[in-house]
Design a binder for this molecule. Structure first.
Ligand code: FMN
Ligand code: 173
Length: 349
């Protein structure tokens, strides 16, 4: 059991996701902040993820009679109250002493699916005991097939409802800024399910995906697809879903913004499997734009880490709730009563 006796942070002054990032700089160790905030190399992709959202204009609809929008979605056979998921991020114990347990509680209070990273610093069993909302598991595939099979089976046994295989990290990116920040895990922070560093993984092939699909009992999603050709292969390999992602700009610098990559992937997939996206979601209008351009749901990475650092579970909850409230406002002002009504006509051409 963790005991965390500090007075809870007053979060009333946090009005948007940018406020969390601004305050997180002061609260986190330099090492942890630089780890979370940094991107690969010259950080062009990390900037483009945001700039591309900002460049998309919305088309309002007046006198539309929408009062309280319905944000529910159906995803992989389940109904979710809203389309905002918590992206897998490693090492929550360097962000807050309660680590992933706070994230799980925060996700529960915000009715959000929490995708637990392979590099969780809390055992999955403890997270599963704390969680009150669905968990998914993010998988880094390692060389040892038995290890990978056991990890998937453990995640499934703990009740995780989907496996997201991260396919964009055959090697870690050129993380100059993370290195300059002195990245180094304290001795007491242990990655229970992933001993050893990120770069001991094997280069994956489509055959590995088919192998995992042959025994996985839960839906398998591929996280880190950016173009239509790979999306088509994912469908052919039997994936149950795709997450359009550039890993938050942390891996291959100068790949495009995910919101620019999304429409082509969505067009090619053409509804055969759900397409999710992440990268740069900071406002409810970003969620609306992603759905308009073909995403069934979105995931949020860095802002959740900053929420966790600023306010533990309550900070995580507030980050998700702010986005959801902003999404509802954007739905009202564009005249969309339900998520399926958000189509490309909400984008200003
Ligand atoms: C601190 C941090 C750690 C991350 N760790 C993982 C991870 O363990 N596995 C993974 O698939 N993606 C990881 N990611 C990528 C996120 O899942 C997600 O793709 C990205 O953060 C989305 O962009 P955003 O931060 O702009 O929301 C990490 C991202 C951050 C910021
Ligand atoms: O930092 C990351 O983006 C990431 O994916 C990761 C994965 C494993 C270990 C450390 C970081």
């Amino acid at each position: 059991m963790n005991t965390w006796n500090e007075t809870p942070t007053d979060l009333t002054e946090f009005l948007n996701l940018a406020d969390f990032e601004e305050k997180a700089v002061e609260r986190m160790s330099k090492m942890a902040y630089e780890y979370v905030a940094s991107g690969a190399a010259d950080e062009l992709t990390i900037q483009w993820n945001r700039q591309a959202f900002d460049a998309i204009k919305l088309n309002p609809t007046v006198l539309n009679g929408v009062g309280q929008p319905d944000t529910r979605i159906s995803l992989l056979g389940h109904e979710l109250p809203h389309p905002i998921l918590i992206a897998p991020t490693a090492y929550h114990q360097i962000m807050h002493p309660e680590g992933e347990l706070a994230t799980a509680r925060g996700a529960g209070a915000a009715s959000a699916v929490y995708v637990v990273s392979s590099f969780t610093t809390t055992p999955l069993a403890e997270i599963a005991q704390t969680a009150t909302q669905p968990l998914w598991f993010q998988l880094y595939v390692r060389d040892d097939r038995e290890y990978t099979r056991n990890l998937i089976q453990e995640a499934e046994a703990r009740g995780c409802r989907a496996i997201c295989i991260t396919v964009d990290t055959a090697v870690p990116g050129v993380r100059n800024r993370q290195e300059k920040g002195g990245f180094n895990l304290p001795d007491h922070v242990i990655t229970h399910h992933m001993p050893g560093p990120l770069n001991e993984k094997k280069p994956l092939t489509w055959k590995d995906i088919e192998w995992i699909n042959s025994f996985a009992k839960t839906p398998v999603l591929l996280k880190g697809i950016l173009n239509a050709e790979d999306a088509e292969k994912a469908v052919q390999a039997g994936a149950s879903g795709i997450i359009v992602s550039n890993h938050g700009g942390r891996n291959l610098d100068t790949v495009p913004a995910t919101i620019d990559a999304l429409p082509r992937v969505a067009d090619r997939v053409n509804g055969r499997i759900p397409v999710l996206m992440d990268g740069g979601i900071r406002r409810g209008t970003d969620v609306l734009k992603a759905i308009a351009l073909g995403a069934r749901a979105v995931l949020v990475g860095k802002p959740v880490c900053f929420g966790l650092a600023c306010g533990g579970a309550a900070g995580v909850t507030k980050v998700i709730e702010l986005l959801k409230t902003e999404l509802e406002i954007a739905m009202i002002l564009t005249g969309r009563a339900t998520i399926p009504q958000i189509d490309r006509s909400v984008i200003w051409k």
